[in-house]
Design a protein around this ligand. Structure first.
Ligand code: CS2
Ligand code: MN
Length: 351
C-alpha cells in the first residue's frame, strides 16, 4: 500500500511539513480547489501544487476530486462541454505525474452529516448522521430554513432548491444512463493517459431527500464496473461510506474488488452504526471504537495484493484542535499510524 494524506492546499491549517512528519507518509491527495466545478484547471495551479508537495519530499499522485458538474449527472445538453473540460483536466493532471483521480456521482449533495461536533464520551468531537434530523430538513421547500453542515456553500438556498428540484423527475435508471455516458467518454482518455479513475461511494450509501443514489452496495458496484469494463475504471473503497449501512460487508467487498484489481484508492474510516436505522457516528480508526473490523479490511486488501493508495479518512477533533470538519491533523495522523501498524503486522505475519 502507499500511505497518503489529504491536503487542501495553502489554505489548509495542516501544513505539508506536519504531514511529512507522519511516519511512512509518501503521497499527498489534493486538488485545485479555487475554480468553479466544471472549469479547466490551469497548468500553473497544478504545477504549483506539485512543486510544493515535492519540496516536502512527497509525491502528488492522487487527485481528490475532479468534481463532476451537475449538468453531467442531470444529462443536460450542456454536458458535452463539461465532459470535454473533465477530459482536459485528466490530461493535465496526468502530465504532472498524477496516477489516480477520485470523484463521485452523487446528485447535489456530497457527504451529508447532521452534526459536525457531536461530543463523544471522551470529550473528542466527531461527525454524526442522525436519520431523524435529516427527515426534518427538506431542501425542496424554499421556506424551510434548516440546512445541514457540509452542504455546498456556493449554492444559495434558492439555487439549491432549484438544482435539487431538477432531479425530481430522475430515476435511478436515469442516473445510471448519465453515468454510463460520462464513463464512455472519460475512461478512454484516462486509459490513454495512464490514470486510474476511482469513483467514491455515496456517503451515506442510501438515497437522501428523494434524490437518486446508485454507488451504494456490492450489486451496484458490480454494475458500475461493467459499464466500462477496463482496469482504469475502478473505485475508491471508502469504508465509512459503505460501512454506515449494516447491509454492506466491507471486508468481503474489499477482498472481491482488490482481487479484480479494481480498487485504486482506499479511504479507511471507522463508524459506529446505530441500531434501528437511526444513523451513524464517525469514530476513531481503531476497530474496537466502532462497528467496522479494520484489521479484516486491511487483511482482505493485503491478501488480494492491493498495491494502490490508502489514506486515513475523516478524523475526530482531539487535543483541542479546531479546523476543517473531519480534516484536522491529530486524529488522522493517529489513523495513519494505526494503518501502518496493521499493515506491518499483516505483512510480517505472512512471511
Ligand atoms: C470525502 C468526500 O470528505 C469526504 O467525505 O470522502 O468529500 C470525497 O472527496 C468525495 O465524495 C469524492 O469525490
Ligand atoms: Mn471517503
Amino acid at each position: 500500500m502507499k500511505l497518503s494524506f489529504r491536503w487542501y492546499g495553502k489554505e489548509d491549517a495542516v501544513t505539508l511539513r506536519n504531514i511529512r512528519q507522519i511516519p511512512g507518509m509518501s503521497t499527498i491527495v489534493s486538488a485545485v480547489y479555487d475554480v468553479p466545478v466544471g472549469d479547466v484547471w490551469s497548468r500553473e495551479s497544478i504545477a504549483d501544487l506539485k512543486r510544493q508537495i515535492e519540496n516536502e519530499g512527497m509525491g502528488f499522485e492522487v487527485v481528490e476530486s475532479i468534481p463532476v458538474h451537475e449538468d453531467i449527472k442531470l444529462g443536460k445538453r450542456t454536458r458535452d462541454r463539461y465532459i470535454a473540460n473533465y477530459c482536459e483536466n485528466i490530461r493535465r493532471v496526468a502530465e504532472a505525474g498524477v496516477k489516480c483521480v477520485c470523484y463521485n456521482f452523487m446528485p447535489v449533495f456530497d457527504w451529508t452529516r447532521t452534526e459536525l461536533e457531536h461530543v463523544l464520551p471522551d470529550g473528542s468531537t466527531t461527525l454524526a448522521y442522525y436519520q431523524e434530523q435529516v427527515e426534518r430538513v427538506d431542501p425542496l421547500k424554499s421556506d424551510n430554513d434548516l440546512t445541514l453542515p457540509g452542504w455546498d456553500a456556493s449554492y444559495s438556498r434558492e439555487e439549491l432548491r432549484q438544482v435539487a428540484a431538477e432531479y425530481q423527475s430522475m430515476t435511478e435508471e436515469g442516473l445510471w444512463e448519465n453515468l454510463q455516458y460520462f464513463l464512455e467518454r472519460v475512461i478512454p482518455v484516462s486509459v490513454e493517459c495512464g490514470i486510474n479513475m476511482a469513483i467514491h461511494e455515496d456517503d451515506p450509501c442510501w438515497s437522501i431527500f428523494g434524490l437518486p443514489r446508485i454507488i451504494t452496495n456490492e450489486k451496484n458496484l458490480d454494475r458500475f464496473l461493467r459499464l466500462v469494463d477496463v482496469p482504469n475504471n475502478g473505485i475508491t473503497l471508502c469504508t465509512g461510506s459503505l460501512g454506515c449501512s449494516g447491509h454492506n460487508d466491507v471486508a468481503a467487498i474489499a477482498a472481491k474488488y482488490a482481487a479484480m484489481g479494481r480498487i485504486h484508492f482506499v479511504h479507511m474510516r471507522n463508524v459506529a452504526v446505530l441500531p434501528r436505522g437511526e444513523g451513524f457516528e464517525e469514530r476513531a480508526h481503531l476497530s474496537s471504537c466502532g462497528t467496522l473490523d479494520m484489521y479484516a479490511i486491511m487483511k482482505a486488501l493485503y491478501d488480494n495484493r492491493f498495491d494502490g493508495y490508502i489514506r486515513p479518512d475523516h478524523g475526530r477533533m482531539i487535543w483541542g484542535e479546531t479546523g476543517r470538519p473531519g480534516y484536522g491533523l491529530y486524529d488522522r495522523a493517529l489513523g495513519a499510524v494505526y494503518l501502518n501498524g496493521l499493515w506491518e503486522a499483516i505483512e510480517k505475519g505472512d512471511r
